[in-house]
Design a protein around this ligand. Structure first.
Ligand SMILES: Cc1cc2nc3c(=O)[nH]c(=O)nc-3n(C[C@H](O)[C@H](O)[C@H](O)COP(=O)(O)OP(=O)(O)OC[C@H]3O[C@@H](n4cnc5c(N)ncnc54)[C@H](O)[C@@H]3O)c2cc1C
Ligand code: FES
Length: 353
């Protein structure tokens, strides 16, 4: 029968989130991160678009809707344990969240000036920023950079060296086609420009251990790997090292002098394999060709710890091969250089850089 009374759509419900024991109201369509920051909780975060995993937290109870696919940034193990990304999670019921807030307390926001802008390859630039005080971080971590001339474009970049006594910080920044920040760094003169460095962020650093290390970097992913190795050498690390470095052509290889110095001074076996994916067949290159991941099955993997850095597709492919070859999942550490396009799942799959 026809009804005079229209079904009124029920108003979206306000939910409540218990964040480390503090009760927070979450408004309709609001993410957990947004609600937490609105309530002045110093919730860890960086990109806010599901690309960096710094807002990772554990869902203890309740249900959330994910705005983007979080499966590519969190490991299978983390997903099984109930980890979610707060910046991508809209509660569908009242929820209870556990988050490690300690990292935030180490974060500092410092402004410095660009003192070096040096082209390393056709699309990677070394940007050195002089800060007024030393920023304490672990080699392997990253920071959020912002330029006054590019408002609203804060981007994450890994430190390319361990902390320096002169309080300078360095980054290797690859130009992403159509990218706002990375194009400026690679194409505009930034010497003397003020840049804000907010960090440190991230959980990518060398874990204390004696077992052999396999380090795999692609493109600008070499930055944190180099920083970790330089720090480990200074700490008199005695672990055997295999370093795989993926690039397209010989022109895309860089920091070879620094790697040679590491190799010479390293007190244990140190093997370095650059792998080129698009080097001209007729060129004088005698090293490995193909994808950097192609070299993985040739390595002795069982009992090793692995550190991977580069684009998400390379990391996923490398992780699968390493685990298949005998590296335990819990001995695998990775930093994904995601971009907005990756987070929105619109980028083309690139394995090299
Ligand atoms: C933890 C971490 C560490 C990182 N470290 C480094 C590093 O050391 N070195 C390095 O080179 N990079 C690093 N990155 C990547 C870096 O943060 C930037 O994502 C990268 O430099 C691109 O920034 P951009 O401003 O140039 O590009 P963006 O302007 O963010 O654009 C990136 C791409 O997305 C596309 N895009 C932008 N907006 C949209 C939209 N709305 N819809 C669809 N497509 C869009 C653009 O066309 C472009 O192709 C890291 C990333 C993370 C998460
Ligand atoms: S802040 Fe949530 S993934 Fe970066």
């Amino acid at each position: 029968m026809f009804s005079f009374f229209k079904n009124k759509a029920s108003a979206p419900a306000v939910r409540y989130a218990d964040i480390n024991g503090k009760r927070v109201e979450v408004r309709p369509k609001e993410t957990l991160l947004h609600a937490a920051l609105r309530e002045n909780i110093d919730f860890p975060h960086s990109c806010r678009v599901g690309g960096c995993a710094s807002c990772k937290c554990r869902l203890l109870a309740g249900k959330v809707k994910e705005l983007t696919d979080i499966g590519y940034i969190l490991s299978d193990e983390e997903l099984e344990q109930g980890y979610i990304l707060a910046c991508q999670s809209v509660p569908q019921s009242d929820v209870s969240i556990d988050v490690d807030l300690s990292a935030q307390t180490q974060r500092k926001r410092l402004t410095g000036r660009v003192v070096l802008q040096q082209r390393l390859t056709p699309d990677i630039t070394h940007l050195k920023i002089q800060l007024a005080e030393v920023l304490d971080y672990k080699a392997g971590q990253f920071a959020d950079l912002a330029m006054a001339s590019l408002p609203g474009h804060t981007r994450s970049y890994s430190f390319a060296s361990p902390p320096q006594p002169d309080s300078s910080v360095s980054f290797f920044i690859r130009k992403v086609p159509g990218g706002a920040f990375s194009t400026d760094v690679n194409e505009r003169d930034l010497i003397g420009q003020a840049i804000t460095v907010d960090g440190p962020v991230g959980e990518f650093w060398l874990r204390p251990s004696d077992v052999p290390m396999i380090l795999i970097a692609a493109g600008s992913g070499l930055a944190p790997i180099l920083a970790m190795l330089q720090h480990a050498l200074a700490e008199q690390c005695q672990r055997p090292v295999v370093l795989l470095f993926g690039a397209r052509t010989q022109a895309d290889l860089y920091a070879l002098e620094q790697i040679r110095t590491l190799e010479e001074r390293w007190p244990a076996p140190f093997e370095f394999f650059p792998v080129l994916s698009r080097e001209d067949e007729q060129s004088d290159w005698h090293g490995a060709r193909g994808r950097v991941t192609d070299a993985i099955p040739t390595l002795r993997l069982a009992g090793a710890e692995a550190y991977l850095c580069g684009p998400p597709a390379m990391i996923d492919a490398a992780a699968a091969l390493l685990v298949a070859g005998g590296v335990r999942r819990e001995d695998l550490y990775a930093d994904r250089f995601t971009t907005v396009a990756d987070a929105l799942n619109t980028s083309s799959v690139e394995l090299v850089d």
